[in-house]
Design a protein around this ligand. Sequence first.
Ligand code: SF4
Ligand code: SF4
Ligand code: FES
Length: 234
Amino acid sequence: MTVSVWRGKEEGGYEEFQVPFVEGQTILDLLTHIQRSVDSSLSYRFACRVGMCGSCAMQVNGKPRWTCRTLVSNVVQNDRLTLEPLANLPVVKDLVVDMEPFFDKWQEAKGRFEPAESAVQEFAPIKPQDKQRAKVDEAIECINCGCCYAACDVVESNPAYLGPAALNRAWSLINDAKDFANPERLKAVSGDGGCQNCHTNSQCVARCPLQLNPTRSIAGLKKTVALATLKGEI
Ligand code: SF4
Ligand code: SF4
Ligand code: FES
């Protein structure tokens, strides 16, 4: 196969590598082959190699994908592949992006669990069949890979937009009976970069490797923000 790989930072160019096709090979295997056997200066990121850590995402033939679980045979076209750093994030080097803006937005969306005000407060037991808990059964499985963020055209056009992953995280916490920061969180997700910017075209859903549905989470946020506004709570 011919694999075209982005080299450099924001400024750079594509370098072509000839890589043997091996049955069952993933995109990450292919990069490991290039780094070990052809060019040890190639930079890319991974950790778990089994679809748990979310660190290996990049653009594969123009689409964000987790590379440790993407089989080459499923994406190769005419014996060619193009690999680029994840879109909508600054490039550090080659296929490595700076995830700081992505996680800054989690902070802006108040994506951190805030426990009970008092250490002696009763711990809320939550049953799996609880209605509020069931609303976020999917959303809590996010592995922070950034594929949805890279696929979102609103993120691309509006740097202030919090993006699907941070809003999905806020939705998880808003439905967590053990969390105590919802008024501030609702304000955070309804500001200039908030949930109302989402135009619901579900590109984030299409690209999530876990088939999660950030669009649905954002719709839940929009409704909750509207109700809180009507009640004068925010
Ligand atoms: S549905 Fe909303 S968050 Fe998802 S890609 Fe579209 S604009 Fe972005
Ligand atoms: S919602 Fe899906 S695509 Fe987005 S960061 Fe989480 S796991 Fe990745
Ligand atoms: S290396 Fe961890 S998800 Fe791919």
